[in-house]
Write a protein of this length. Structure first.
Length: 354
C-alpha cells in the first residue's frame, strides 16, 4: 500500500501533521508513506521514522505552470492507494485529484468535496487537552470513537551528533548548566502575531529577575533589527543574561540548541510547537486573533501554559468574528499589556524553576 500525506503550510502545521503519518504507520504498518511539504519545512522532519520519504513542494512549482504540471504527472505515476490532504488549498486539491488514488481524504469544503472520496467535518470544540489542531488531524485517519484513545504528540528527532555539536557551541559561549537556559520567541512570524516590543521587553525582564536564567533569542535572520530593538528595551541587568549573538545558522541548528534549553517562552508560533515536540516546558503568549483552543496543544497549566487576551478581557470578543479580530490585531495588542501577562508568567516561572 502506498500513501501520500499533504501539508504545504508553515513549520508549525507541518510538524503537527506528522501525527497523521504516525497514526497511519500504526494503522498500516507495512505501507509506504510519503509526506509532501514545502521545502523550507524539511528540517523539522529529518530523522522522523513515521514516513518513508519527504516529497518537497518547491517554489518553482508555484512560479511555473509547466513545472507544476510535470510534478503532477510524477504524483500520478507514483500510483498512490490513499491520499490524505491536510492542506486543502488549490495546489493540494489538484495534487489529490491528479493522483487518481482510489481513496482521497480531506476536510470538508462545499466547493472541493467532489475531489475527495471522503471528507471529514472539523470539530469546533476539543474533547481532550491535545487541542483541536491535533484532534482534527487524527480524524483524517481514525473514526470519531477512537480519537480520545489515539492521541499522538508531534515529535522531533535529533541525532546524538547534532545534540553534541549544539552543546559544545553553547559551552564555547560560556553557557553552562549552572543556570537555567530559556529560549525566548521574541518575535512572531508577522507583526499581527508579535507582542508589542515594549511589552516583550518587560516580560524578559521578569523572566531574568525571577529565574536568573541565561536567555537566548529566537527570531528569523531578517528580524535581527527588531530583535535588537527588544534587547535594547530590556534593563541593564537583564541584558547581562541575554546571549544575543548565540544564534543558530540553520533551522536544524536552532532545534539542536533548543533541545538543551530548560523552557521556551514567547509568541505563539512554530518555535512553540518545536519546543513541545522536544518535550520542553512552554509558556505561550497568543496573538489576540488566534483561536487559542485550536493551538494550545497539551496544555496542563503546569508544564505547558499560555495566556491570551480573551483570558483577560473577554468582553472584547463578544459578537466579533475571527476575521474582524485579525483585522484589529494591532489595536488589540495594545490592550495586552505586560502588566496582565506578568502575574501568570511569574507563577509559571516559580513552579517551573524553583
Amino acid at each position: 500500500m502506498k500513501i501520500l500525506v499533504i501539508q504545504q503550510k508553515m513549520i508549525g502545521d507541518v510538524l503537527t501533521s506528522t501525527i497523521i503519518c504516525e497514526a497511519l504507520r500504526k494503522e498500516y504498518p507495512n505501507a509506504t508513506i510519503d509526506y509532501l511539504v514545502n521545502s523550507s519545512t524539511r528540517p523539522v522532519l529529518t530523522e522522523n521514522p513515521f514516513f518513508d520519504k519527504i516529497i518537497e513542494f518547491k517554489n518553482q512549482y508555484r512560479e511555473s505552470k509547466i513545472d507544476f504540471y510535470h510534478f503532477l504527472v510524477s504524483i500520478k505515476k507514483s500510483k498512490y492507494d490513499l491520499v490524505i490532504d491536510a492542506y486543502g488549498k488549490l495546489e493540494s486539491n489538484l495534487i489529490s485529484l491528479f493522483s487518481k488514488a482510489p481513496k482521497r481524504v480531506s476536510f470538508y469544503k462545499w466547493y472541493t468535496q467532489f475531489i475527495y472520496t471522503q471528507v471529514i467535518h472539523r470539530a469546533s470544540e476539543p474533547i481532550t487537552n491535545a487541542s483541536i489542531a491535533i484532534e482534527n488531524r487524527l480524524r483524517l485517519v481514525f473514526p470519531e470513537n477512537r480519537i480520545t484513545s489515539e492521541i499522538i504528540k508531534p515529535k522531533i528527532f535529533l541525532t546524538e551528533d547534532e545534540k553534541q555539536i549544539a552543546n559544545e557551541y553553547l559551552k564555547s559561549n560560556h553557557i553552562t548548566q549552572n543556570k537555567p537556559l530559556i529560549m525566548i520567541s521574541v518575535l512572531g512570524s508577522s507583526p499581527n502575531k508579535t507582542l508589542p516590543f515594549k511589552y516583550m521587553a518587560k516580560v524578559i525582564d521578569e523572566i531574568v529577575s525571577t529565574t536568573g536564567a541565561n536567555v537566548l533569542f529566537n527570531y528569523m535572520p531578517n528580524q535581527e533589527k527588531d530583535a535588537r530593538t527588544i534587547y535594547n528595551l530590556t534593563n541593564y541587568k537583564t541584558q547581562k543574561h541575554i546571549h544575543f549573538d548565540v544564534f543558530a545558522k540553520s533551522l536544524r541548528g536552532f532545534i539542536a540548541i533548543l533541545s538543551h534549553c530548560d523552557a521556551l517562552i514567547g509568541n505563539e508560533g512554530g518555535a512553540v510547537n518545536m519546543a513541545k515536540a522536544l518535550n520542553l516546558p512552554t509558556f505561550t503568549i497568543f496573538s489576540p486573533w488566534i483561536i487559542k483552543k485550536d493551538w494550545n496543544m497539551f496544555e496542563d497549566g503546569i508544564e505547558n501554559d499560555s495566556i491570551h487576551l480573551i483570558d483577560i478581557k473577554p468582553e472584547l470578543y463578544v459578537g466579533n468574528s475571527p476575521k474582524k479580530m485579525k483585522d484589529q490585531s494591532l489595536e488589540l495588542y495594545q490592550e495586552f499589556s505586560s502588566e496582565y501577562i506578568i502575574p501568570k508568567l511569574r507563577n509559571y516561572l516559580t513552579q517551573t524553576f524553583t
